[in-house]
Design a protein around this ligand. Structure first.
Ligand code: DSN
Length: 417
């Protein structure tokens, strides 16, 4: 594998070799990342990338799409089966364009969009002023409860009844608890809103039957395909049949041009993997690992936002260690533990500094790690937080992380020299 690349472009090859070594030797705890299978990688790096196929299966603007149609139809059928959806569009290039297309389908410019604030666990595309969502739509942000740091459905309902948004959005990137989509549906029905969910983070846990499925309750659901779902980098939109035409038109010709059919083939492969019983065991272990990591961190003095997790994700307040999220991320990086700095609810720090770090277990669970390893890793994370300025100590921790990772090898079939 990759012999041609090595010969033709040693510069790119060398960088790729170093990146593979980094992935092998480090503890990847960024909750929005994962490790795809070799079949997914093969589909991604395939001849499907050569084809233009604007339009949809059997309604293309280019000839020669017989086999592309078969691949895209397979991805759609598998996604429908995975989530019980009436209609699926697998063409969105990533999460942000998927959300944009969903808004185009459901709203006119200036309509009200009610979503969770970014620094409370939402996303830029859920209505932040610097993002298109905050510029094109009238934003009604909701917050988590200041005491419990959890969603307060009664407060969300009161705000929704006052503001009457066109779209009520249940979407989260840094919220560690399960979501009551049935309650969100009741609120949407009462205030006359469309209900949309962005399940980019939890899609794999939903497909793996460990968390509530929002599809039966929502008008539209968007998700990326590369996080807990463990597919290629990309996205999809699932919706009720009544929105199918509007969604498809919003994606193409509304927003995108030619779909990336190599990625769509890889999505089909990943969806088939997620339909297997083993994937349910994987999703269960992701959550068990997150809980175990949370317990190990809490035992050593870390304050977890909401006190713990129901999902793959943990949000830690690092202020007890007299350190910012930025400094914590950087120190952990030096020890080969990858996390991302993240605002916590009501964070006094700026988004580039933050008081928190966000962690998750999808990647390490794919590697085969279990609760015992999470306990070890929790201890190492706290060792780093306590010694963030001590270069020698960080080097020692890095050795321990390396030894742990070597016990759980990845991509052994890929030999890069
Ligand atoms: N960047 C994604 C995440 O890490 O959650 C959201 O877009």
């Amino acid at each position: 594998m990759y012999g041609h690349l090595k010969e033709a472009d040693p510069a790119v090859y060398a960088i790729m070799r170093r990146e593979l070594a980094r992935q092998r030797e480090g503890a990847e705890l960024i909750p929005s990342e994962n490790l795809v299978s070799l079949p997914v990688l093969e589909a991604l790096g395939s001849v499907f990338t050569n084809k233009y196929s604007e339009g949809y299966p059997k309604k293309r603007y280019y000839g020669g799409n017989e086999f592309i149609d078969q691949s895209e139809e397979l991805a759609i059928e598998r996604a429908k089966q995975l989530f019980g959806a009436e209609h699926v569009n697998v063409q969105p290039l990533s999460g942000s364009p998927a959300n944009m297309a969903a808004y185009f389908a459901l709203m006119e410019r200036g309509d009200k969009l009610m979503g969770l604030k970014l620094d409370h666990g939402g996303h830029l595309t859920h209505g932040h002023p610097v993002n298109f969502s905050g510029k094109y739509y009238t934003i009604v942000p909701y917050e988590v409860d200041p005491t419990t740091e959890r969603l307060n459905y009664d407060a969300i309902e009161a705000l929704a009844m006052k503001e009457r948004p066109k779209v009520l959005l249940a979407g989260f990137t840094a919220y560690p608890r399960d979501i009551d989509y049935k309650r969100f549906r009741e609120i949407a029905d009462r205030c006359g809103a469309y209900l949309m969910a962005d399940i980019s983070h939890t899609a794999g846990l939903i497909a793996g039957k460990q968390l509530m499925n929002p599809v039966p309750y929502c008008d539209v659901v968007t998700t990326t395909t590369h996080k807990t779902l463990r597919g290629p980098r990309g996205a999809m939109i699932l919706c009720r049949q009544q929105h199918a035409q509007a969604i498809d038109k919003a994606v193409f010709p509304g927003l995108q041009g030619g779909p990336h059919e190599n990625v769509i083939a890889a999505k089909a492969v990943a969806f088939a993997e997620a339909l297997k019983p083993e994937f349910q065991a994987y999703a269960k272990q992701v959550i068990a690992n997150a809980k175990a990591l949370g317990e190990a961190l809490t035992a050593r003095g870390v304050r977890l936002v909401t006190g713990g997790t129901d999902t793959h994700l943990l949000l830690a307040d690092v202020r007890p260690f007299r350190i910012t999220g930025k400094a914590a991320e950087s120190a952990l990086d030096k020890a080969g533990i990858y996390v991302n700095k993240n605002t916590i609810p009501y964070d006094p720090e700026k988004p580039f500094v933050t008081s928190g770090i966000r962690m998750g277990t999808p990647t390490l669970t794919t590697r085969g790690m279990k609760e015992g390893e999470m306990k070890v890793l929790g201890g190492l994370i706290v060792d780093v937080l306590e010694n963030a300025e001590n270069g020698e100590r960080l080097k020692g921790i890095r050795e321990q992380v390396l030894a742990l990772c070597k016990r759980f090898p990845i991509y052994s079939e890929i030999q890069l020299s």
